[in-house]
Design a binder for this molecule. Structure first.
Ligand code: HEM
Length: 256
């Protein structure tokens, strides 16, 4: 549908609910949910790591998934937040933009989905991990899995792996930014291809349950770890240098 048709389309109830009301209900749920969780369950704000129970699959699956999803998040930022007109003003044509981003996007999507599949396989097959998987975790995995699988599908659809290819920067991205500036353009999203609509709905539902799941750990990544001194482990015996004043924590822990 071309833009003039979109503007002329009568707003339908489904369009208003899905693409105008739902995004704000989700935002409100996420903000109030996170505040509530932090105030009432501060000590439950954790990944609930299962590394203790199984390491060999986790060692491959976890970095694959986490580095993949970080690249996917960067891709969402680039694709949804940077208007097409900006990249064109920099002399980057739509064709060049796609030639540069499609291989990165497909690789990121593949790492994420393979990592996710391995994490689910591990959770299902390692009894000690399965025993520590709550109903809430299972619900979260369904929502996360839906968003990821539909995301990879739209990525294939956008790049023309199946279908004829679609430039989502002209509809989905325009809707996304219109919501953020509180001038929601629901009609443009209602006219986007169905796979994009389903993926956006799955994404919003995931955001809505986010505060009530272990995904809250995303907001407490220990970035200070990158700049802190190592944890220095020392034996209990008295230090051989005797009365020397202790220094800041970069010294090697072994005594020669
Ligand atoms: C309303 C929110 C969202 C919108 C509008 C949206 C939109 C999009 C679009 C347009 C693409 C195609 C990217 C491309 O091919 O370059 C995509 C891909 C993808 N999305 Fe989303 N998304 C949303 C939320 C999410 C969430 C919450 C997740 C899961 C955590 C997610 C996971 C993915 C994945 C795994 C891909 C494929 C990876 C890739 O090819 O880069 N999305 N999304």
């Amino acid at each position: 549908m071309i833009l003039a048709d979109v503007a002329a389309t009568e707003p339908s109830a489904a369009m208003e609910i899905l693409w105008i009301a739902l995004p704000y209900v989700v935002m409100a749920t996420m903000i109030t949910g996170l505040i509530w969780r932090y105030r009432y369950d501060k000590f439950g704000w954790t990944t609930r790591s299962s590394q203790l129970y199984e390491k060999s699959i986790l060692r491959i699956a976890s970095p694959l998934f986490h580095y993949g999803i970080l690249a996917v998040i960067a891709g969402h930022f680039l694709g949804l937040m940077i208007p097409e007109s900006w990249t064109e003003a920099l002399g980057i044509s739509e064709h060049t933009y796609h030639t540069l981003t499609v291989p990165l996007s497909l690789t990121a999507g593949a790492c994420t989905i393979v990592g996710f599949a391995l994490l689910i396989y591990r959770r299902r097959t390692v009894t000690r991990v399965l025993e520590r998987t709550s109903t809430g975790d299972k619900i979260m995995y369904v929502f996360l899995g839906l968003a990821i699988v539909l995301g990879v599908l739209v990525s294939w659809y956008a790049s023309g792996i199946f279908g004829e290819g679609h430039n989502y920067r002209e509809d989905v991205a325009v809707w996304f930014r219109s919501v953020l500036v509180f001038q929601p353009n629901g009609a443009i999203m209602a006219a986007a291809p169905l796979p994009f609509q389903l993926h956006a709905i799955a994404g919003m539902l995931l955001f809505a349950i986010w505060p009530f799941t272990r995904l809250v750990h995303v907001f407490s990544v220990p970035l200070q770890y990158l700049a802190r001194p190592y944890v220095v482990y020392r034996k209990r015996e008295p230090h051989p240098t005797g009365s020397r004043a202790p220094r800041r924590g970069w010294e090697p822990s072994r005594r020669d």
